[in-house]
Design a protein around this ligand. Structure first.
Ligand code: PLP
Length: 385
């Protein structure tokens, strides 16, 4: 049965993306491991680079979550970003929020810059800087919210409105929030992009990316990029992601409640200078976060009173938080940005944007929260000794 318009998020997540079951009665779809399709088939497939039943099922289910008419899936979040940026041309200007995912920045500066794309970075968390959108009339406005790694919250509705005044589309990288907690298109954005590798798939067993939109022309550009640039996922990865997204609502509820509890606890601990979590009243954009998100998500950033080596020692002492990059899986992860994700950024620049040596980023999983708290407690105590 296909879900209906009035069905809730959890219902749609479970019941969408189940077509193409044919005469077998299979309740869940098979994996279509085929590179090509017989000409003249009823569903109009021809070659997997330009479409496969598993892509369509994934696009249908994530599209429904984002409240979008269209979605296009890709091999990774970076492939999805490549698809969007490749549709721009030399001389076009992207106005980007200054706190960007590292690989997005690298694509802008080391790849598309060579082809004449211009990117200007501004702090979009400050409303006075929105004037720059009116002044520069960019081809595209690009932002993430919450940002990586400092969890700044950016006002999507406010910025999309200003961008629309100068006919600039707004793209939101929705990876850190997931469509369960935040739906950028409903807030006025033109494009909502996700690395499905993170919360949407949620099981850390494959990569993927997706772009959702209500704009027909942008959809056509994404479909073109998928096949013309060879950015498509494998059918099995698309199948895994469709399976993963069915439990997104449940997982996000638990990520949010676990993270909020740990963030509150961390704030009271010795050796902790600062805790950032969007749903903590101490967050500078707490009210905006509450307005635009349904929960604070599973990411916490804490600044410890430790030099870099000691902070890394603390991370290594954790038993349940694996020291690794990435986020959004059922298992808890911990990362030390100064020596891991942001090691290439010069110390001065790093400090200027607030990434200090004692900064630790947690991706809180769905384990029992008392076990996670006890784990943080033992590692913190041992490091303070
Ligand atoms: C991980 C991530 C990406 C890139 O996604 P991949 O699937 O790793 O290619 C893009 N944006 C954000 C915010 C991310 O966290």
């Amino acid at each position: 049965m296909q879900p209906e318009n009035g069905d809730g998020f959890g219902t749609r997540a479970v019941h969408s993306g189940r077509g193409f079951t044919g005469s077998t009665g299979a309740v869940m779809p098979p994996v279509y491991l085929t590179s090509t399709f017989e000409s003249g088939n009823l569903d109009g497939f021809d070659y997997t680079r330009s479409g496969n039943p598993n892509f369509r099922l994934l696009e249908e289910s994530v599209g429904a979550m984002e409240g979008a008419s269209f979605a296009t899936c890709f091999a990774s979040g970076v492939s999805a970003i490549t698809a969007v940026v490749s549709s721009l041309k030399s001389g076009d200007l992207v106005l980007a929020e200054e706190n960007l995912y590292g690989c997005t920045y690298r694509l802008f500066e080391r790849v598309f810059n060579k082809f004449g794309l211009q990117v200007r970075y501004v702090d979009l968390s400050r409303e006075e800087n929105w004037e720059e959108i009116r002044r520069a009339r960019p081809t595209l406005v690009w932002l993430e919210s919450p940002t990586n790694p400092l969890l700044k919250i950016i006002d999507i509705a406010g910025i999309a409105k200003v961008a629309a005044e100068v006919d600039a589309p707004t793209l939101v990288d929705n990876t850190f929030a997931s469509p369960y907690l935040q739906r950028p298109l409903e807030l006025g954005a033109t494009l909502s992009l996700s690395s499905t590798t993170k919360y949407i798939n949620g099981h850390s067993d494959c990569l993927g990316g997706i772009v959702a939109t209500n704009d027909k022309a942008w959809h056509a550009r994404m479909v073109f990029a998928q096949k013309a640039l060879g950015l498509q996922p494998g059918p099995f990865d698309a199948w895994l992601t469709t399976r993963g997204q069915r439990t997104l609502a449940l997982r996000m509820e638990r990520h949010c409640s676990n993270a909020l509890e740990l963030a509150r606890w961390l704030e009271t601990q010795p050796g902790v200078r600062l805790v950032r979590y969007p749903f903590l009243p101490s967050h500078p954009q707490f009210e905006l976060a509450q307005k635009q998100m349904r929960g604070g998500s599973g990411m916490i950033v804490a600044e410890f009173d430790f030099p870099a080596q000691k902070a890394l020692e603390f991370c290594r002492r954790l038993r349940l938080f694996t020291l690794a990059e990435s986020l959004g899986g059922v298992e808890s992860l911990v990362c030390h940005p100064p020596t891991m994700t942001h090691a290439q950024v010069p110390v001065k620049v790093r400090h200027a944007v607030g990434i200090r040596d004692g900064l630790v980023r947690f991706s809180v999983g769905i384990e029992n929260v008392e076990d996670l708290r006890a784990d943080l407690d033992q590692a913190l105590r041992a490091t303070l000794e």
